[in-house]
Write a protein that binds this ligand. Structure first.
Ligand code: SF4
Length: 299
């Protein structure tokens, strides 16, 4: 049956002719808003790291272990290098070049993926990333927007505006770099209309991919305190299902849907207690779109 949304795993096979896997590395970058003691209100201590990284090891070691892990578990043979933790353009361009070159030299990678913040992108960094594209690699930058509403961005202490995100996207696009936008559905004060507005906003930009996240409020974050004070209720699996369907129906049809859920770190208290299960969310989204007679981008 024809898939009603543009699924990343399918897109990867059509792009590379085989299943292709991301090797996530932590190059030890930090994040400008954490450095000044004002992290995003939902950010847990570890930033976002692949579970197998554990502690911080050398790039060579991380890449070797990552490739071994993926090869043993999934019989993987095709890889993309993924700078995942914190803000991976938060350094001068010559330092970034040294780090990217070092890591790319440790494996036969078909692409480079760099996660960062909009305020860590300028022309110099965009030009550097564009150079890797000229060398034949697919280059993607993952940029957090989270919400297209400036009031929400202020409420969750993102430390940048929607306009700053838009500017970063345009700059990267000028240098031939693909962009994946991150959106969190169900942020405090946001419902169906906001989910739709965020999907519509990224659809108007030269964005090639979107990662959707369910809001997980983790103990130890500023947002957890507000949740405990009864200020808001994060969406449970049923509500998230509704938000996601609405957002996907309003997402431009050529945008690749790269993620639908996120998980909290193991052993940490979080809200809601019951979280959407990844495989179930994929199945339900396809089912709901079929049932409604809709598909990605229909609106
Ligand atoms: S930009 Fe990312 S790493 Fe930095 S505080 Fe926000 S969520 Fe955490």
């Amino acid at each position: 049956m024809d898939e009603p949304f543009r699924r990343y795993s399918t897109w990867l096979v059509s792009r590379y002719g085989e299943r292709t896997y991301r090797v996530a590395v932590d190059a030890g970058f930090t994040c400008p808003v954490r450095e000044i003691g004002l992290p995003c209100a939902y950010c847990e201590q570890g930033g976002s790291r692949a579970a197998y990284l554990g502690d911080h090891r050398s790039l060579e070691d991380q890449i070797r272990r990552g490739i071994e892990f993926l090869s043993e578990r999934y019989d993987a043979r095709s890889f993309l290098l993924y700078f995942q933790a914190y803000s991976n353009t938060h350094a001068p361009a010559d330092e970034l070049r040294a780090v990217y070159d070092e890591a790319l030299g440790r494996g036969a990678f078909r692409g480079l993926i760099v996660a960062t913040r909009p305020d860590c992108i300028d022309r110099e960094r965009a030009a550097l990333l564009g150079e890797y594209g000229s060398r034949g690699l697919d280059v993607w930058v993952e940029l957090g927007l989270q919400s297209a509403d400036d009031e929400t961005l202020r409420r969750i202490s993102r430390g940048h505006t929607r306009a700053r995100f838009d500017e970063a996207v345009q700059t990267l696009h000028e240098y031939g770099v693909n962009v994946t936008a991150h959106l969190i559905l169900g942020l405090p004060g946001e419902g169906l209309d906001a989910a739709i507005a965020s999907a519509q906003h990224v659809s108007r930009l030269p964005v090639g991919g979107v990662k959707f996240h369910n809001l997980v409020v983790v103990e130890g974050t500023a947002l957890y305190e507000r949740y405990r004070a009864g200020e808001f209720e994060p969406p449970g699996p049923e509500r998230y299902r509704e938000l996601l369907v609405a957002a996907v129906e309003h997402l431009r049809e050529d945008i690749v849907v790269m993620r639908l859920t996120c998980d909290p770190p193991r052993g940490v208290r979080h809200a809601p207690e019951r979280l959407p299960d990844k495989a179930t969310v994929y199945r339900q989204l396809a089912h709901d779109l079929h049932e409604r007679g809709t598909r990605q981008g229909i609106y």
